[in-house]
Design a protein around this ligand. Sequence first.
Ligand SMILES: Cc1ncc(COP(=O)(O)O)c(C=O)c1O
Length: 465
Amino acid sequence: MSISSFLTKKFLKSLFFPAHSRGKALPKELIKILKSPPGFWDLPELPEMGSTLSKRGLIAEAQKSLSEKFNTKRCFFGVNGASGLIQSGIIAMANPGECILMPRNVHISVIKACALQNIVPIFFDIEFSIETGHYKPITKNWLANVFSNLDLEKKKIVGVILVSPYYQGYASEIEPLIEICHKNNLPVLVDEAHGSYFLFCENINLPKSAIRSEADLVVHSLHKSLNGLTQTAVLWHKGNLIEEDKLINSISLLQTTSQNSLLLSSCEESLKDWINEDNLCQYQKRILEAKDIFNELIQRNIPLVETQDPLKLVLNTSKVGIDGFTADKFFYKNGLIAELPEMMTLTFCLGFSNHRNFIILFQELWEKLKLHPKKSICMKAIKPPFRLVQSPEIPIGIAWRSKTHSIPLAESLGKISGDIICPYPPGIPLIIPGERIDQERIDWIESQSLYNEDLLNSYIRVLNT
Ligand SMILES: Cc1ncc(COP(=O)(O)O)c(C=O)c1O
């Protein structure tokens, strides 16, 4: 089968990203473009259009009008996902050799930007739930404690990255966290890849978007948490702690010189779509329906995990002794395609289309899944063994570029990693280049690998000594 023929494959229920649910919730203006003769819309950077960094042109105007609408200094569209814009933000924040404070569950794009620029990641650990195998949202007290354990004299920390919401939908109260960082004179980049639509939903009790706070940079993934095409994203710039020129240089450093016009249009339309009052009403209705679906499934004794994002349904399959990977295969076979399998849970993304008949279908499949033969009596999530504050022993950029050889993970004790061990999804690194591999981490990965094929019999590149 070719890629193109797979693209038209039908599934019973597509509960994955992009959140436009296979076109059902795409902005009307974008649908109009897609209905024009095939490829007609594929324009280069003509003077009328410009690019995301031009001073004039339709793209500049759209970005300006959106940044005015949301009281930010600048707004930049991106066509290399939230990953690309997060990386530009990081490069604007820190020079080679400087340090950025970040939680242990940052997305892999952050680590790669650090490797590229030889920026030092200073990781802080996060509370962990053994019930779900997920990190818990960061609280003000937790972050304050992290700061009190930092040696700010010794390490040149120049910025902080925060992630909220997480992939599964857990969100922190972001404002007090930003305040702590600002009190320490540090700018903050909030990775809000999974929370773009929070910007439009404070009135229905969704968490406050980082755009409404004093964050310095905020990145949204428009295909994950708004109704944009895959790869679309937006970076918002606020305050005076990050220099605008530096940010523009960093965006220019990483972005293609041939931005896809359809994707740029999708950036504009997905945001404008939500500004329109009638559409907003419809979308908010969907979100409230998603809350109802959650409540109804809970009433039917289906073990869902509560998060702050109503569009994520997190099924705790471990409650019936089934791991999320096995459950994922089962649902896939039955036409219900999920987004994120993990050891204890399986996460579905409801997206912005409606979900008639979903509850009955979901319950039927759940009852069948409970009878699955591959059950484990005792499933236990173990907290990843990280210290409260930790940084790689050798600078990441040096380790990344060093000569390495590949050995089985089990034989790598005490060696320096030249590799990122990072199962995707969720794309959270367990070991990064420059870190010394300890017994606790080997044991932890081995205990998890019983369930996750990505980690099974894994090899790791370690530095030649
Ligand atoms: C927390 C987080 N940030 C950023 C990204 C990257 O987003 P994108 O796929 O739009 O590049 C992801 C992707 O999974 C993510 O989970």
